[in-house]
Design a protein around this ligand. Structure first.
Ligand code: EPU
Length: 351
C-alpha cells in the first residue's frame, strides 16, 4: 500500500561530473560517478530522479558503501543517501518503536538506542554502514539478525515516487537476504527503518566468541546490554579490520547452507569442518574456516588480500581495484569448490 511521502522543499545537492566515490565505498576503490546527488529527504530523492539531468541514466544508491564492489567508474547517477533523524515513534507495554533515517550511521544509532535506555541492538554494534543498508542484506552478528528487531521499512518507489511501508514479513528477510536485495533492487530506495525494541531485555550472549570475551571480562552472565555491546566491540576490533584503516566490505562470502545428505558425505571426508545445523535440517558451514584450510588466510593477489585474522574478509591493502578483489575471490572460490565441493556465494554486489 503506498503511503504519502513527506513534503520538504526539494533541494538536492548535485555534484559535478566525475565525482569521486573513494570516500563512499568501504573498500576505498578510486572510482568516479558520472553524476552524484546528495539525498537528505524523500522530496530530494523524488526531485533527483525526476530531474532532466537524471533522465536515461542508471541509478546507484550508496549509503556507507559497505556492501558493494565498484569495479569501474559508474556511468549513471549515484544517490548519496543522507536522510537523518532518530526518534521514538510510539511505545506500548512491551516495546519501544524507534525510527531512524536511512543515512544514519549504523553503529552510532545502536549506541544512541543504548544510551537512551532502549537495548536490543547491542549484538550488532560496530557493523559498518548505514541504517538504510541494514535491511537490504539483513545484517547479522553474534547470534542476532536485524530482521528480529525490524518493525517496518519505509521506501520510495523510484518510478512512481510513491512511498511504501513494508512490515517485517513483507521484507522477506532471509540469511543475508531480503526483498530489497532481490525483486526490490533498483525499484525502491529505503528512506527509514523502524525497529521494535522489547522492554524486557534478555542477553543474547551464547555465540562462542562473545561468550569467551564476556568470560574473560569476568562477566559470564552479561548483566546489561552495555556489557554485551562492549564485548561485541572488543571481539570485532580484534578480528575484523576497520574500513577506515584497511578497506573491506566485511564478510565477502556468505556461509553456505547445504543439504543433510551432502553434509554427511562431506563430514566423512572432512571431520573437522565447522558447521551449524539449521532448524530445517540443512547445515550451515563456516566459509572462513574452509578458506583458511585452503591456505588463503593472509595471502594476497597484488594489493587485494585475505585478512590475516578472518579469512572471510577480503581487504584492499592500498591501490587495489574492484577487479583485483574479484580475481582473488574467484581463486578462493575455485579452491574451496575443489576441496570441499561447495560453491561460495559472494555477499557484496559488484558493479
Ligand atoms: N574460522 C576459521 N578461520 C578463519 C575464520 C573463521 O577457522 O579465518 C572459524 C572460526 O574459528 C569459527 C568459525 O570459523 O569457529 C566461524 O567464524 P566467526 O565466528 O568469525 O564467524 P563467521 O561465520 O566467519 C559470521 C558473519 C559475520 C559475523 C560473525 C559473528 C557471515 C557471512 N558472516 O562470520 O558477519 O560478524 O559471524 O556473528 O555470516 C558480515 O556479514 O560482514 C560479517 C562480518
Amino acid at each position: 500500500m503506498p503511503v504519502s511521502a513527506t513534503s520538504v522543499d526539494p533541494s538536492p545537492v548535485w555534484f559535478a561530473a566525475g565525482y569521486p566515490l573513494r570516500a563512499h565505498n568501504t573498500f576505498g576503490f578510486d572510482v568516479r560517478a558520472h553524476l552524484a546527488c546528495r539525498i537528505e529527504s524523500e522530496a530530494d530523492l523524488i526531485a533527483a530522479v525526476r530531474d532532466p539531468r537524471a533522465q536515461g541514466l542508471r541509478t546507484l544508491v550508496l549509503g556507507g558503501g559497505s556492501n558493494v564492489v565498484l569495479t569501474r567508474n559508474f556511468d549513471g547517477l549515484v544517490l548519496l543517501v543522507a536522510l537523518s533523524g532518530k526518534r521514538v515513534t510510539r511505545e506500548d507495554d512491551d516495546a519501544w518503536y524507534v525510527e531512524a533515517g536511512a543515512g544514519e550511521n549504523w553503529h552510532d544509532f545502536v549506541a544512541w538506542t543504548l544510551e537512551a535506555g532502549m537495548p536490543g541492538l547491542e549484538n550488532l554494534a560496530l557493523i559498518p554502514g548505514t541504517v538504510g543498508a541494514a535491511p537490504i542484506q539483513n545484517i547479522g552478528a553474534y547470534g542476532l539478525e536485524m530482521a528480529e528487531r525490524c518493525a517496518s521499512v519505509r521506501a520510495i518507489e523510484l518510478q512512481s515516487g510513491a512511498a511504501y511501508e513494508f512490515d517485517a514479513a513483507e521484507c522477506r528477510f532471509g540469511y543475508r537476504d531480503s526483498f530489497f536485495k532481490r525483486e526490490g533492487r533498483d525499484r525502491f530506495v529505503i528512506t527509514s527503518v523502524t525497529f521494535r525494541l522489547p522492554k524486557v531485555w534478555q542477553p543474547n550472549a551464547g555465540y562462542a566468541d562473545l561468550a569467551r570475551e564476556l568470560a574473560q571480562r569476568g562477566l559470564p552472565e552479561a548483566q546489561c546490554a552495555r556489557d554485551v555491546f562492549d564485548a561485541v566491540v572488543a571481539v570485532r576490533r580484534a578480528k575484523l579490520p576497520d574500513p577506515l584503516v584497511l578497506g573491506n566490505a566485511g564478510s565477502f562470502f556468505k556461509n553456505p547452507v547445504i543439504d543433510a545428505p551432502q553434509f554427511d558425505a562431506l563430514v566423512a571426508r572432512e571431520p573437522l569442518i565447522i558447521s551449524h545445523r539449521q532448524a530445517d535440517g540443512r547445515v550451515k558451514l563456516a566459509a572462513g574456516w574452509m578458506i583458511d584450510q585452503c591456505g588463503w588466510k593472509g595471502r594476497a593477489l597484488r594489493a587485494a588480500a585475505v585478512h590475516e585474522r578472518q579469512a572471510l574478509v577480503l581487504v584492499n591493502r592500498g591501490g587495489a581495484t574492484g577487479n583485483d578483489i574479484l580475481e582473488l575471490a574467484q581463486a578462493i572460490r575455485h579452491d574451496v569448490l575443489a576441496r570441499f565441493g561447495v560453491e561460495l556465494e559472494q555477499e557484496p554486489i559488484s558493479l
